[in-house]
Ligand binder design. Sequence first.
Ligand SMILES: C[S@@+](CC[C@H](N)C(=O)[O-])C[C@H]1O[C@@H](n2cnc3c(N)ncnc32)[C@H](O)[C@@H]1O
Length: 220
Amino acid sequence: MLKDKSRKVELKVSADGSHTLFVPELDEHYHSVNGAYNESMHVFIEPALHFCKKETINILEIGLGTGLNAFLTAQNQGGKTIFYHALEKFPLESEAAASLNFARDPDGQQLFEKLHCLPWNKEEELQSQMTILKDENDLTNIAFSQKYDVVYFDAFAPEVQPEMWSEAIFRKIYEAMNPEGILTTYCAKGVVRRTMQAVGFTVERLPGPKGKREMLRAVK
Ligand SMILES: C[S@@+](CC[C@H](N)C(=O)[O-])C[C@H]1O[C@@H](n2cnc3c(N)ncnc32)[C@H](O)[C@@H]1O
């Protein structure tokens, strides 16, 4: 049986052939069933990482989960220097991480395995010019001590985890971002957009990944 720290998870194949995980207890997938890999590229790598023009980038991810966003960030680093702070309340057990098929070649597989083997709660070099902190922590409790240029907001949906999408959470993140910092999320709900605007973000609706009309990009 595959598990994260507290729950059973099931391995599923999404429409682009990449894996995702299903959490029966929440009746929720980690990614879009229309394509996990494509969703990550479309929602986080292209409109956030590639949109950020800085050469040295501090990234915050909510939450690390399967590591797909961190892995694709490393594969799309493009000569930048990256500090990657990945929050995760329920780390995946190693058996679940080892079953995932995101890598497309042996070098990618080695990188993905390294990502999951690195210890928690310690800054470690994932690859040249990319440091990662896998932080076993709860977004609702954490007090940030650094500033971020890019935020991948990849919590479970507001219907499943409303506490992650509150004004207090977005204010905390806004305050922890540098001016012109970029936050993206797959969620395009009006209430989420208005909550982001209420804390000060300028929010755009962008075309969503396959199966979703829109997604959001918020800029400080
Ligand atoms: C939609 S999944 C996405 C995971 C990941 N980005 C991926 O690509 O696999 C949401 C993630 O947020 C984590 N999470 C849930 N509640 C959290 C909290 N309070 N603080 C930090 N992470 C949390 C979940 O355990 C899960 O890994």
